[in-house]
Design a protein around this ligand. Structure first.
Ligand code: COI
Length: 454
């Protein structure tokens, strides 16, 4: 009954049709305007269909299997002595291991409160995981090099499809944080990201080993081009890595603020070599240096305008070309207090201490810095999320989803911790509110720590 008048069935149907038309129009407009990614399967069909029931029985079989963890050293030793038989064996390990790791995470999604699982961003990632799980578990045993190449092509496609996972999950949690206890949310996100790193390591290592194997100029029995074995560099140089990250962050700062950034001074054991995945250590140091630079700039020039958030900047921004940022920018003069990076090489671990005078972190913010969920900083953290769908829509256009470095997803610090702990290291902050912060990164030099997935 509406307004005392009983609605006829045709009235109701008309209303329903109109509603659908309106929703359709809004959706079309949104897609035109901001390139919203269409979410293929609806939550309803996923949760209740009989097909879903049978799929879950299969999932159970995978969830009941233990993950077989690896160490960095195993990756190096295995890849250094590669033979055709070993390449196929590692292909089959990745083929069987990825669905197990995905199954555990799919189950985590299923254990989320219903309201969280129905969030479109979360649901999108859930669907991506199911689809990858199905593709990988159905891939037949690899028995020769052609089949291995085919497997690598499948995995490359999945790696590309999953580039949207981080921004989508981050948007999802920002929208649902009130429905989930912050501890639960943090546990969920930590496990999701750790597991994602692990799956990408396995996938990328197999692809890289296969590419090396197919390269006639590649000499086995030695560490390959530039000391690489697959995606692991056996000759990471502590000082060079810091310098590379320093240049990237300083160039970024010039682009955003249009001023000369603080100097970054490197001291200590800056000539230590170690085996690591350069992308991992670079992610950590880049994020920490970015925080330090931002802290110093904001403390000493609070009126600086961040041009990165202007629509013109974002429109022009297509790709953050990391390589271009490698040009040396270490010795330009700056009026800001420098940031220092001290490196210490112990017998088993390597340490990086990043010290800034960026004003430190207040007691109010401190308890939340490691949280993906912190409600007190949530508005700040996710203020730019409206831009993420535009970026995500560019995936196919640019081959790679590049999250602009200026787009503060607000998860850089907890993500850096996830990366550090993944190979058994640690990340700690000591802060003096009003003065500055010291960040300590500890990583294992020996590469003998198992992947940390918990
Ligand atoms: C991811 O990037 O989230 C993945 O799971 C990649 C994997 C399916 C190859």
């Amino acid at each position: 009954r509406v307004g005392g008048r009983r609605k006829s069935l045709s009235d109701l149907l008309l209303k329903d049709v109109c509603l659908h038309l309106i929703i359709y129009q809004i959706k079309r407009k949104a897609e035109e305007d901001i390139g919203v990614i269409t979410i293929k399967s609806t939550v309803q069909s996923r949760a209740y269909s009989p097909q879903h029931f049978y799929k879950n029985r299969i999932l159970d079989q995978y969830v009941s299997q233990q993950v077989n963890t690896i160490t960095l050293r195993q990756l190096v030793v295995f890849g250094r002595n590669l033979t055709e038989e070993r390449l196929l064996r590692s292909g089959n390990y990745v083929r069987t291991e990825l669905p197990i790791r995905l199954a555990h995470r799919i189950r985590d999604f299923q254990n989320l409160p219903f309201i969280v699982g129905t969030n479109p961003h979360i649901a999108m990632v859930y669907d991506l995981y199911w689809s990858a799980f199905e593709k990988l578990r159905k891939f037949p045993t690899i028995t020769n090099l052609d089949e291995n190449d085919e497997f690598c092509d499948t995995v490359k496609g999945l790696l590309k499809d999953h580039l949207v996972v981080i921004p989508q999950l981050a948007m999802g949690i920002s929208e649902c944080s009130q429905h989930l206890h912050p501890d639960h949310l943090d546990r969920f996100m930590n496990t999701m990201f750790r597991s994602r790193i692990s799956r990408r390591v396995l996938a990328e290592q197999q692809i890289a080993l296969t590419e090396n194997w197919n390269d006639p100029g590649y000499v086995y029995g030695q560490d390959g081009h530039d000391g690489y074995i697959g995606i692991v560099s056996t000759q990471c140089n502590s000082g060079e890595i810091v310098e590379r990250c320093a240049n990237m962050t300083r160039n970024l700062c010039r682009t955003i603020y249009k001023v000369e950034p603080p100097q970054i001074i490197v001291d200590g054991h800056a000539n230590t070599t170690f085996a690591y995945i350069p992308d991992h250590i670079e992610y950590i140091l880049y994020e920490l240096l970015k925080n330090s630079i931002r802290g110093v700039m904001m403390k000493f020039s609070p009126s600086l305008k961040d041009v990165s958030e202007s629509p013109e900047f974002l429109q022009k921004f297509h790709k953050f070309q990391r390589l271009k940022s490698l040009e040396n920018s270490m010795d330009s003069s700056s009026t800001y207090p420098p940031i220092s990076v001290t490196i210490s090489s112990g017998s088993t671990d390597l340490y990086f201490r990043i010290s800034d005078q960026g004003g430190g972190i207040s007691d109010e913010i401190s308890p939340h810095i490691w949280s993906f969920a912190s409600t007190s900083t949530l508005n700040n953290k996710f203020e730019n999320f409206a831009q993420v769908p535009q970026m995500a829509a560019k995936v196919h256009e640019y081959e790679q989803l590049i999250i602009p470095p200026t787009l503060h997803l607000g998860i850089g610090l907890p993500m850096s911790k996830v990366y550090t702990e993944y190979w058994g290291g640690g990340l700690t902050l000591f802060t003096m509110d009003g003065y500055g912060t010291d960040a300590y990164v500890k990583i294992s030099r020996l590469g003998n720590r198992e992947e940390n997935l918990e």
